[in-house]
Design a protein around this ligand. Structure first.
Ligand code: EPZ
Length: 432
């Protein structure tokens, strides 16, 4: 197991190029199972969640050919199983996309569900509601077994109203509907950029999906998806994490390969805090010279402030002048990282879904743990600003979602290195 050792309190200067979006990739790779042909996917982030998904696809009979660091070809013409290995599936939350993809194409899927959860109850009732509406019989236990009930073995288009705005349910139902007979209308959809990206991927393979990015998505089922080429969008949260890093340390970063529109919810908050943010085509210039000002943040589905940036912004607000409130409105328990941040000197009180943050002048380095992916990112942000040395353990969580975080930060002047430590503390809890 690796640890990160960070000697903080150095401003960051330079350029960072953002990788492909994790939460788009972890849906698009399973969706490649729906393609009765060969698809080439570009701008794939090199992260462990992606590597794991390739292994799952390979085991089901897809041929995954790595073309270069960020591009693969997936040939799903000869899939021989609709029951992926539970051991691999349980390691990644996004494995629920295998249900929509396999059910959509083959009319059946048996997928183990990931155990445990890191930030509150993570039900999949809305996914199941959608599959049932499309004519599947679904049973849930250690596995989710889903099978189309119609004589043709295909799902049937239907109207699906989601009771909760859910990213996963929106994407899963959209996938399943893409190869159904007839038209599906999904209402109360999530609007995150990765939903639009998945719809664009499926459309580029021959699907007929309209309205992704709004709260109503209309899917006209087609008989088959053919091969094609697709390039994944840049990662909004990776970009936001580096924005918060420079906000915490001071300095100036040029953050390249972003979609400015996706960054507005994060830029707006940082500007309120006194950080300079300038948008230029596919690049953001982020500079912090003066003190940070307090503000309040409430997480919301897109285009609101993303829950996946909540720990990182809390780390920065801990260094702002005055008292800030952070309200977590998406997950019921996403403040587990607060105890770790306190080890560095943060003054935070949590009451239910609200964290009250009293800004402090500086952090002091200490040993801390990454308790999940974004919690880990927040530890890195805080450690970069802390005086002295911080050791971050459990960084395998961070490596699930950030490509070459250490290399990228070193290239802009951070004193961060990876060290190997004995394996005994390795946890396998799933997130993402
Ligand atoms: C996705 O999770 C992301 N994961 C999460 O990213 C992200 O935090 C979340 O969306 C919200 O943006 C992936 O894309 C792999 P939801 P997802 O369904 O789809 C409730 C990261 O750090 N709900 O939008 O699982 C649920 O309990 C992560 O990259 C139901 O009640 O999230 C939650 O309160 C971790 N029933 C809310 O909806 C359901 O059937 C939003 O969850 C589904 C969800």
């Amino acid at each position: 197991m690796n640890q990160y050792i960070i000697n903080g309190n150095h401003p960051l200067f330079g350029e960072i190029t953002i990788s492909g979006a994790k939460n788009a990739a972890v849906a698009i790779i399973p969706a490649a199972l729906m393609v009765d042909g060969v698809c080439r996917i570009e701008n794939i982030p090199q992260i462990s969640d992606v590597t794991l998904l390739f292994s799952i696809l390979d085991e089901l009979g897809a041929k995954v050919r790595v073309l270069n660091q960020h591009a693969v070809e997936i040939d799903s013409r000869h899939i021989h199983s609709t029951k992926p290995s539970p051991d691999m599936v349980r390691k990644i939350r996004a494995s629920y996309y295998l249900i929509g993809a396999l059910l959509g194409r083959f009319g059946q899927a048996s997928v183990a569900m990931p155990g445990g959860c890191n930030f509150g109850v993570r039900p999949i009732d809305q996914h199941v509601k959608g599959f049932k509406a499309l004519g599947a019989e679904v049973t849930e236990g250690n596995y989710v077994h889903a099978a189309a009930k119609s004589a043709s073995g295909r799902l049937q288009g239907a109207n699906v109203y989601l009771d909760v705005v859910s990213v996963g349910a929106t994407m899963n139902v959209m996938m399943a509907a893409a190869l159904a007979e007839g038209t599906t209308v999904i209402e109360n959809c999530a609007k995150e950029p990765h939903i639009v990206d998945l719809a664009n991927f499926l459309n580029s393979m021959g699907a007929d999906i309209k309205g992704a990015g709004t709260d109503t998505i209309k899917v006209r089922g087609v008989e088959r998806l053919n091969g094609g080429t697709y390039c994944i969008i840049p990662d909004q949260i990776e970009a936001g994490t580096y924005m918060t890093a420079v906000a915490a340390t001071g300095g100036q970063l040029l953050i390249k390969n972003i979609i400015p529109k996706h960054m507005e919810c994060i830029s707006a908050k940082l500007m309120e805090m006194g950080v300079y943010v300038e948008e230029m085509d596919d690049t953001l210039l982020v500079r912090r010279t003066g003190p940070l000002q307090r503000t309040n943040v409430k997480t919301q589905p897109y285009p609101g402030f993303p829950t996946d940036m909540q720990p990182q912004i809390a780390a920065v607000l801990s260094l702002a002048q005055g008292t800030s409130l952070v309200t977590e409105a998406v997950w019921s328990n996403r403040f587990r990282y607060v105890d770790e941040l306190r080890r560095l000197g943060a003054q935070i009180q949590v009451d239910g879904r609200v964290a009250v943050i009293e800004g402090v002048d500086c952090f002091e380095g200490a040993p801390v743990e990454a308790c999940d992916l974004r919690a880990g990112a927040a530890m890195v942000v805080a450690a970069l600003a802390a005086k002295g040395t911080t050791e971050i353990s459990n960084v395998q969580f961070i490596e699930r979602g950030y490509e070459d975080l250490v290399g990228k930060l070193r290239s802009v002047g951070a004193d961060i290195r990876i060290v190997d430590v004995p394996d005994e503390a390795l946890t396998t809890e799933s997130i993402g």
